[in-house]
Design a protein around this ligand. Structure first.
Ligand SMILES: Cc1ncc(COP(=O)(O)O)c(C=O)c1O
Length: 454
């Protein structure tokens, strides 16, 4: 019988995160202060983040040691399993080998706790007592609530309105871990009140929820802001996924030709892909594929430009692929992929042809998710279904080309709190939205006049 699961012992947990900045052929563009247009320094970020995270944000060291206290917390769910998807391969009728790394075994059900516990840990060590954050699908909010409970911090979560309504049990989970939660836009912040006044029925967006959390943190001494994706230090913490996967692929006696992840802000994708991109830069031939929704096609159709990370223009300016900071994506069920921008590190790697991207319709992704559940058993998060669809599509293309590929993808979370979305899919009520060109051009007007990347 061929092996299905490749498991590492706790003693084999990677001791270091990998920092792709050390190996990139071209550096990412500096982050700019919107007032001065000058690169921001650590002092500009100090009101929002603890110094250790700021230092990780700007670090060019190839590896950063994971503190022992964090390794101990990671051991609650890590190392996570790597699976060979024998049954999915059979169901898809492919000659390619498909592997997946499963991050849904964490207490919150996704990859998000990998950075949540690290951020809570450094904040606590530097004397902060409260964190404010946004959440889209609720995976990040629940991960941070869990981390804060474990580490002993208060937590306030601004949850995008549409997900707040669609996912009541994510709310319950966040409350179980002791955090405060409100629908965003909320009346708790100035920017929330302004947006509600103009658009009382808005479904909300990650960009809006980020504005609220940043305003909250900037206004209180005891509070830091915590972001679940996009920033360098967040992607850094997630690289424990790919570091483990490298060891596990070796156990399986295989190496991927293709590495795949879904992309919202980019953290689970980076977490799996960056350690493999290190190998790619060192000369190995790997196709690295980022999968995004056609309703929010940041990498495939967005502009590479300086833009704000949030709707109300409270964050610094980052050079990234963007659809414009006031773009509100259609309310697709992969709430965690509804973000107008993407991690600047990933944008740079796309520009340098080290990563490529594809965009998919949500009904194709749900079809892939149901096929996956029927063969492998796990019910995936709607976000992760984009990576599954990418993997199966890639295997089909290999078959058509007469190739046998080894495909590795990140199954970033389970979908146990997303069953209403599955119900809509079964009832034929899912709307397939590809972003309209005129709407995209309108949204991009918001970045006119901002600095242009070099
Ligand atoms: C399960 C899951 N996968 C993926 C994402 C997208 O985020 P990122 O691109 O940072 O991995 C989310 C975001 O909420 C998520 O919950």
């Amino acid at each position: 019988m061929e092996q299905t699961k490749f498991l590492l012992a706790e003693s084999e947990l990677p001791r270091r995160w990998y920092n792709v900045r050390a190996d990139m052929p071209n550096p990412m563009q500096p982050i700019l202060h919107p007032g001065t247009g000058q690169p921001v320094g650590p002092d500009d970020l100090a009101p929002l983040f603890p110094m250790e995270l700021i230092l990780q944000e700007v670090s060019e060291e190839p590896e950063i040691a994971i503190p022992d206290e964090l390794l101990e917390i990671y051991s609650l769910w890590r190392p996570t399993p790597l699976y060979r998807a024998h049954r999915l391969e059979q169901a898809a009728g492919t000659r390619s080998q498909i592997f997946y790394k499963y991050e849904g075994v964490s207490p919150a059900g996704s990859h998000k706790p990998n950075t949540a516990v690290a951020q809570a840990f450094y904040n606590k060590r530097e004397g902060r007592s409260r964190l404010a954050t946004e959440t889209g699908a609720g995976q990040w909010g629940s991960a941070l609530a869990f981390a804060c409970k474990l580490i002993g911090l208060e937590c306030k979560v601004y949850m995008v309105r549409i997900s707040y309504d669609q996912k009541p049990f994510r709310r319950s989970m966040i409350k179980t871990w002791g955090a405060e939660i409100v629908a965003s836009p909320s009346s708790d912040t100035q920017c929330g009140r302004a947006i509600l006044e103009e658009h009382p029925d808005t479904p909300g967006s990650l960009g809006i929820a980020i504005s609220e959390a940043v305003e909250d943190a900037a206004g209180r001494e005891d509070t830091s802001y915590s972001l679940g994706s996009v920033l360098n230090h967040v992607l850094l913490h997630q690289t424990i996924i790919g570091q483990e996967a490298l060891q596990q692929m070796e156990m399986a006696g295989a190496f991927p030709d293709v590495v795949i992840g879904c992309v919202g802000g980019g953290s689970n994708f980076a977490g799996l892909a960056f350690p493999f991109i290190r190998e790619k830069i060192a000369g190995r031939d790997i196709d690295v594929l980022a999968c995004e929704p056609a309703a929010c096609p940041t990498l495939t159709r967005g502009l590479y430009a300086y833009d704000f990370g949030d709707t109300s223009k409270l964050t610094p300016l980052v050079a990234m692929h963007t659809l414009g900071h006031d773009f509100v994506p259609a309310p697709i069920h992969a709430g965690g992929l509804r973000y107008h921008g993407v991690a600047p590190l990933i944008s740079q790697l796309v520009k340098d042809d080290l990563v490529r991207a594809e965009a998919y319709l949500q009904s194709d992704c749900f079809a892939a998710a149901v096929q996956f559940a029927a063969s492998e058993g796990i019910i995936p998060a709607p976000e992760s279904s984009h990576a599954i669809h990418g993997a199966v599509k890639n295997a089909r293309e290999a078959d058509e080309a007469g190739e046998e590929r080894t495909i590795l993808f990140n199954l970033s979370g389970h979908g146990h709190f997303d069953m209403a979305a599955y119900d809509n899919y079964f009832a034929g009520k899912l709307e397939d939205v590809a972003l309209d060109e005129a709407e995209m051009q309108r949204a991009l007007e918001a970045i006119e006049g901002l600095p242009t990347p070099a």
